[in-house]
Design a protein around this ligand. Structure first.
Ligand code: ASP
Length: 953
C-alpha cells in the first residue's frame, strides 16, 4: 500500500513538473534622445517621465523551449539634450558630443526653425526623427515626396529611410482648415484677428486663406509684454463682436482681462482661440462670462477625470520636484501629453521591428562613422505603419509622417457655463464641423442668471407711462406688469420672462426709457447708429422692445428675435367730409351750357310746333261739332298751348291737348324722344351727384396720392417706413421719397404727431404709417381711415446686441407664447379692449352710404317750388285785376264795387258758381255789340274763304 502511494505521488509530481513553465523576463532598453530648449520644462519632464514609465511586455518569439517562456520587456531610456545655443548645428554637435549616445530615435527640438537641420542630420544617420509640435508646413516638404529612391523600394522587407519628421501633432494645414470650418459653422462674416508673433500670423493667414476673404477683417498684433488696451478699445469702437485670438495659452487670461476692461469681453462677444491648449485654462476662461471656442485634439471631459491613467503621473511633469497635489490631466499642454503617445507608439513599432530582425543599436560613435543605422529605415517604416491609440485618440501617419485619421474636438464656453464639447472635426473626411450639442442646450438648460436692461420708445399702444387709477375708483383696474410703464411691449416682456423663469432661467429685467429716442438709423457722416439700435450697439441695454421693425440694414449690426407681429406700410388719411349741398344742386347734373341748349331747344320746338300746327289743316277744327258746315274753323295751337305742350312733355307730365296733324305730331314725337333722354340722364346724374358730393377728390391709392399735388404726405423721421421709400426700386416710391425729403416739414417725430396732422389737416395731409398702428388709431379716431392696401410686408422683432447668447431663449419663449395664443390675447387687449377702443363702432364711413339724401340736397327744389308758387300768385293776381278792369270798362261800374264783388265770389270756397257782373242799365247794348262783333267777324271769314276758292279755281 505504501509503495503504491509513493508510486502515485511520484507520478503526480512528474505530471506537475511537466506543467511548470519558467517565465524569464528580460529588459530590453533603447535610448531615445529628446532635444529640448531650456524653457520647455513641462515637455522635457513629460518626455523623461513618459519614456521611463512606458514599457511593453511581449513574448519573445525567438524562444523555442516549451517550458521556458521568455518575456521581453521593451523599454525606452530617455536622454535629454538641452543645447545651450539654439542654432541647428550646435544642437547636432551637442548630440554628438555626448559619449555613448545610441538613440534609436531623436525627438525635437520643438522650435520649428531648428528642427529642419536635425531632421537632415537624422536622415544621414537613418535615425527616425520625431516631433510633437505645431509645424508650419515648409513649401519644400509640402510639395516634395519624401526623399525616397524609387528603385530601392521593392518590398516591405527593405524599406528605405525617408527624410521626414514624424509629427505626432496634427498637421498645421489640417488645423487651419478645421478652424476655417469652425468659422463657417458660426457663420462669421466680419471679425477681428489678434495675434502676437510671426507664427501666429502664419496660422491666421492659413485660416483666412481657407475661410472666405470676402469679409472685412481687422487684424492687430498684440504685445505680450505691455498692455493692449488701445487695441481692444479700437475693436470696441469698430463694434467687433467676434475675435480670432492667436496667442500662447499662458497669455490668454492677460489678453482677455485687458479686453474686459474696455467692455470687449461680455455676453455678446465671441472669441475663437487658435491655441489647442486652451483647455488648460478653461476654468479661468469660464469666469469671463463670454463665449469662447477652441479646438483640441484631446477630449477635455475625459482628461478631467481623476481616474485618468495619466492622473498619477502628471504631477511630476510640472515641476522638477515631485508634486504632492497632481494637477488634473486637462491642465497639461498637448505637446506634453503627446510624449506619452510617442512612447507607447515607438515601443510598439520597436517591438514589431524586433520581431522581424535583431535590433542592433546604432553605432556608438554616431557622429564619427557617419554610417547609416541599419535598422533605422525599418523602424521609421514601422512607426509610420503602426496604428495605436493614445491620449490624443487614434494615432496613424501618412507617408510624409503627418498624422491622419484623428479627431479634433470643438470646445465651447457659452456665457458662464462650463466648457462643453459641442462638435467634432474629422481629419479623414476633411469636411464640416459635425455639431452634436447637448439637446438641453435650448430651454431647460442649466440655470443662468442675468438682469436685463430693456429699452423702449414711448408710443401708444406699445409702451407708455402707466395710467394711475383715480383714488377711490374701485372699478378701475391698474396694470401690474411694470411699476412705471404699460402697453403691449410691457406685457410681452412680462410674458417672455415668465416663460423663461418657468424654464429655470433666473432672468430679471427693468425698463429704461430715454426721452426722444428714435428707432435707429445709420448716419453715414458720423458713421454711427442712433436711437435704440445705437444704444444696443453701445451695450447700454440688452433688449430693445417696441414697434421696432426688422430691417436688413439693422440686422447686420444687431440681432433680432423671431417676429412677434406682422405688418405693412399703409396710408393714414381723413375720411372725406360731405360738402353741404349747394342750394341749386339740382342744376349740377348738367353744365350751364347743357341747360342753355336745352332751354333753346325748348323754345325752338315750341315755335316749330306752333308753325306746323298752324299750317297743318288737321289742326284746324270745327268749333261747333253739331254744325256740319261751320262757317269758321278753329286752331287751338296758339303759341301758349304749344309752349305748354312742350313744357309738359319735358317735365314728363304730358298735356291734355295734343296735335292731330301728322307734321305737328312728328314734332311732338321728336321732342318726346329728346325729353326721355334728357330726363333720364338728368335723373341718373342727379342721384349720383347728390350722393357723392364730397369735399375733395378722394385719395384712394398710393398711386393716386403720388400723382396729385394738393395733398401732402409724410412719414416718421428716421424710421424704417421712410427707409422703405428711400431704398425702393419702384419709381413712384422713389419720387415720393424725394418729395418728402425736399419738403422735410412733412416728416414727423412720432406716429401720434402724424395722426394729429392728418386729423387737423382737413384732407391736405396723408401719413405713411405701419398697418397695425393704423388699426389701433382707427379704433379710436373716427375721422381717420386707412387708404389702399399695404405697400410691403415686414415684422416687428425684439432687438438685442449682435451675437446675443439670449436670442435662442427669447425666440423659444416668443414661439411658445405664439403657440399658446398669448400674443394674440395681448394684442386684442391693447387694440380692442383698452382705452377708448371701439368708440368708432356704429359710425359709418360716409363713403359707404348710398342713397340717403338729406333736406339740404333738395333745398333748391323746394325754393324753386316756393318761388314758383309766389310767382303764380302774382300772375293770378294780375289776371284777377285785369278781369276787374275789363268788367269796369265793360259794365261802366266802379273799380271798388267790381273788385269787392269779384273777390267775394272768388273767396266763397263753398260756391262753385259765381254770377256774371252786369250793369242792369247797359246789359243789352253790351250783348248786341258782342253779337254784332261776332257776326261781322264771321262775314269777313266767309268772304275770305270765297275769295280763296275763286283763286284756286
Ligand atoms: N417701426 C418703424 C421703425 O422701426 C417706425 C416707422 O418708420 O414707422 O423704424
Amino acid at each position: 500500500m505504501f509503495f503504491l502511494c509513493v508510486l502515485w505521488l511520484l507520478f503526480a509530481a512528474k505530471q506537475c513538473y511537466s506543467q511548470v513553465v519558467v517565465v524569464e523576463t528580460s529588459d530590453i532598453s533603447y535610448q531615445i534622445a529628446g532635444i529640448f530648449e531650456k524653457q520647455a520644462v513641462t515637455q522635457r519632464l513629460a518626455f523623461n517621465e513618459s519614456m521611463r514609465q512606458n514599457q511593453l511586455s511581449a513574448p519573445d518569439v525567438s524562444a523555442n523551449d516549451e517550458n521556458e517562456k521568455r518575456i521581453k520587456n521593451w523599454r525606452l531610456d530617455p536622454v535629454i539634450l538641452q543645447p545651450s545655443r539654439s542654432d541647428s548645428y550646435s544642437v547636432w554637435r551637442h548630440l554628438c558630443s555626448v559619449k555613448s549616445m545610441q538613440p534609436i530615435a531623436i525627438f525635437g527640438p520643438q522650435n520649428p526653425i531648428f528642427d529642419g537641420a536635425i531632421r537632415d542630420q537624422c536622415a544621414i544617420a537613418n535615425i527616425p526623427h520625431i516631433q510633437a509640435t505645431w509645424q508650419p508646413t515648409e513649401p519644400d516638404i509640402e510639395e516634395e515626396t519624401p526623399d525616397v529612391n524609387k528603385d530601392e523600394i521593392n518590398t516591405e522587407q527593405t524599406p528605405v529611410y525617408k527624410n521626414i519628421s514624424i509629427n505626432f501633432y496634427p498637421p498645421a494645414d489640417d488645423i487651419s482648415f478645421a478652424y476655417a470650418m469652425l468659422l463657417e459653422y458660426y457663420r462669421w462674416d466680419n471679425f477681428a484677428v489678434l495675434y502676437e508673433d510671426d507664427y501666429g500670423l502664419t496660422r491666421i493667414q492659413k485660416i483666412l486663406a481657407e475661410y472666405s476673404n470676402k469679409y472685412p477683417i481687422t487684424v492687430r498684433r498684440l504685445n505680450p509684454n505691455t498692455d493692449n488696451f488701445k487695441i481692444f478699445k479700437e475693436l470696441s469702437e469698430f463694434k467687433e463682436y467676434r475675435v480670432v485670438l492667436d496667442c500662447h495659452v499662458d497669455h490668454l487670461v492677460k489678453y482677455l482681462t485687458e479686453a474686459r476692461s474696455v467692455n470687449m469681453v461680455n455676453h455678446y462677444q465671441h472669441y475663437v482661440l487658435t491655441s489647442m491648449d486652451a483647455s488648460m485654462v478653461a476654468k479661468d476662461l469660464t469666469q469671463f462670462q463670454s463665449n469662447i471656442t477652441w479646438l483640441s485634439i484631446t477630449d477635455f471631459e475625459t482628461l478631467q477625470d481623476a481616474q485618468h491613467f495619466l492622473a498619477p503621473r502628471v504631477g511630476k511633469w510640472t515641476s522638477e520636484t515631485t508634486q504632492l497635489d497632481s494637477p488634473p490631466v486637462s491642465d497639461i499642454e498637448t505637446e506634453a501629453l503627446l510624449m506619452n503617445d510617442i512612447a507607447s507608439h515607438v515601443l510598439k513599432a520597436l517591438q514589431k521591428v524586433g520581431d522581424i530582425k535583431d535590433i542592433t543599436k546604432p553605432d556608438e560613435e554616431l557622429c564619427k562613422n557617419r554610417e547609416p543605422w541599419s535598422v533605422g529605415a525599418l523602424l521609421q517604416n514601422e512607426i509610420l505603419k503602426m496604428q495605436s491609440t493614445g491620449v490624443t485618440g487614434n494615432i496613424e501617419f501618412n507617408e510624409f509622417g503627418h498624422r491622419v485619421n484623428y479627431t479634433l474636438y470643438v470646445n465651447e464656453i457659452h456665457l458662464s457655463k462650463n466648457p462643453a464639447i459641442i462638435g467634432t472635426w474629422r481629419s479623414d473626411t476633411r469636411g464640416e464641423i459635425v455639431v452634436d450639442r447637448p439637446s438641453s442646450e435650448l430651454l431647460n438648460q442649466q440655470q443662468t442668471s442675468k438682469h436685463f436692461i430693456i429699452i423702449s420708445r414711448k408710443a401708444k399702444p406699445y409702451f407708455y407711462d402707466k395710467t394711475k387709477c383715480p383714488e377711490g375708483d374701485e372699478t378701475c383696474v391698474e396694470e401690474d406688469a411694470d411699476p412705471k410703464y404699460e402697453g403691449f411691449s410691457v406685457d410681452l416682456v412680462k410674458h417672455i420672462f415668465d416663460t423663461l423663469r418657468k424654464h429655470n432661467f433666473n432672468y430679471t429685467y427693468s425698463f429704461f426709457h430715454d426721452k426722444d429716442k428714435s428707432y435707429g438709423k445709420y448716419d453715414p457722416e458720423m458713421k454711427k447708429w442712433d436711437g435704440l439700435i445705437g444704444d444696443l450697439l453701445d451695450k447700454k441695454a440688452d433688449l430693445a422692445v417696441c414697434d421696432l421693425t426688422i430691417t436688413q440694414e439693422r440686422k447686420e449690426v444687431v440681432d433680432f428675435s423671431v417676429p412677434f407681429m406682422s405688418l405693412g406700410i399703409s396710408i393714414l388719411y381723413t375720411k372725406e367730409r360731405k360738402i353741404p349741398p349747394a342750394m341749386f344742386s339740382f342744376l349740377n347734373p348738367y353744365t350751364f351750357d347743357v341747360w342753355m341748349y336745352t332751354a333753346t331747344a325748348y323754345c325752338l320746338v315750341s315755335i316749330v310746333l306752333f308753325v306746323c300746327s298752324r299750317i297743318s289743316p288737321a289742326d284746324w277744327e270745327n268749333p261747333q261739332p253739331c254744325d256740319k258746315e261751320p262757317e269758321e274753323l278753329e286752331n287751338i295751337w296758339n303759341f301758349k298751348n304749344c309752349a305748354w305742350l312742350t313744357m309738359g312733355s319735358i317735365m314728363t307730365q304730358g298735356c291734355d291737348i295734343l296735335p292731330k296733324a301728322i307734321g305737328s305730331r312728328w314734332v311732338c314725337a321728336m321732342w318726346w324722344f329728346f325729353a326721355v333722354i334728357v330726363c333720364q340722364t338728368y335723373i341718373a346724374q342727379l342721384s349720383a351727384s347728390m350722393t357723392t358730393a364730397m369735399e375733395s377728390d378722394p385719395i384712394d391709392s398710393v398711386e393716386n396720392l403720388a400723382k396729385q399735388q394738393k395733398v401732402l404726405y409724410g412719414a416718421l423721421r428716421g424710421g424704417s417706413t421712410l427707409d422703405f421709400f428711400k431704398g425702393s426700386k419702384d419709381k413712384t416710391f422713389r419720387r415720393m421719397y424725394e418729395n418728402m425729403i425736399a419738403n422735410p416739414v412733412v416728416l414727423v417725430t412720432s406716429n401720434d404727431e402724424g395722426e394729429r396732422r392728418v386729423d387737423k389737416g382737413d384732407g391736405k395731409y396723408a401719413f405713411f404709417m405701419e398697418s397695425c398702428t393704423i388699426e389701433y388709431k382707427l379704433k379710436r379716431n373716427c375721422n381717420l381711415k386707412k387708404v389702399g392696401g399695404e405697400l410691403d410686408s415686414k415684422d416687428y422683432g425684439i432687438a438685442m446686441p449682435a451675437n446675443s447668447p439670449f436670442r435662442t431663449h427669447i425666440n423659444q419663449a416668443i414661439l411658445e407664447l405664439k403657440e399658446l395664443t398669448i400674443l394674440d390675447k395681448i394684442k386684442r387687449k391693447w387694440w380692442e379692449d383698452k382705452y377708448g377702443a371701439n368708440q368708432c363702432e356704429g359710425t359709418t364711413d360716409e363713403n359707404d352710404v348710398e342713397g340717403d339724401l338729406e333736406m339740404d340736397n333738395l333745398m333748391g327744389a323746394f325754393l324753386v317750388l316756393i318761388l314758383g308758387l309766389v310767382v303764380s300768385l302774382f300772375i293770378t293776381a294780375a289776371e284777377f285785376f285785369n278781369e276787374v278792369r275789363n268788367i269796369v270798362v265793360r259794365e261802366q261800374v266802379s273799380h271798388k264795387e267790381v273788385f269787392i264783388k269779384e273777390l267775394k265770389a272768388s273767396l266763397n270756397f263753398f260756391q262753385l258758381q259765381k254770377p256774371v257782373l252786369r250793369n242792369p242799365s247797359r246789359a243789352p247794348s253790351v250783348t248786341s255789340t258782342e253779337s254784332a262783333k261776332k257776326n261781322t267777324k264771321r262775314a269777313a271769314n266767309i268772304e275770305n274763304f270765297i275769295e280763296f276758292e275763286k283763286e284756286v279755281q
